[in-house]
Design a protein around this ligand. Sequence first.
Ligand SMILES: [Zn+2]
Length: 180
Amino acid sequence: MSIFASGIGSTATAYRDGKILVVPSGTSLPSICVKCGEPSGKSLIKTFRWHSPWLYLLILPGLLFYVIAALVVQKKARIDVPFCGSHRSWRTRMNMAGAVLLIGSLPTSFLLASLEVNGGVTALIAVAIAFFGLIVLAIVGSSFSPVYIDETCAKFKGAGEKFLSLLPRGAASPMVASKQ
Ligand SMILES: [Zn+2]
């Protein structure tokens, strides 16, 4: 397992490859919100995990195979992600709402049971609330998420056009800045 960290003395710069943000190991991102391009306050230090999508095939023989393999081969990248105040608080609010729904599904089912609501209906409501919580968490997770990580770079989707437009373009040669 490898860990990749941003911000350690290096001359590499982050660049865009179409809509994808490419962060070579050792790069710091500019202090601009990745979503809207406004000046960012404090960066969110986040560890992203990624593995090849092929690994999901292991869910077929068994979830446990997949979980073990994913833990072994997943790549991690620790990145300081710049967010403005409003995008930061959106993330916080959504994460809290998702967690409250997920955790709240259990007391809700107890409450409904105590009100002598039909068991099947209670279970259905509890599962629906938990599922909705997972969807909310997935929306936050996918709003800025890795599409590739290895020892040399991490690639993300979800960065805003205004942020990307401030970065050099390049796929093969990250050092070539061509403003169009
Ligand atoms: Zn923003």
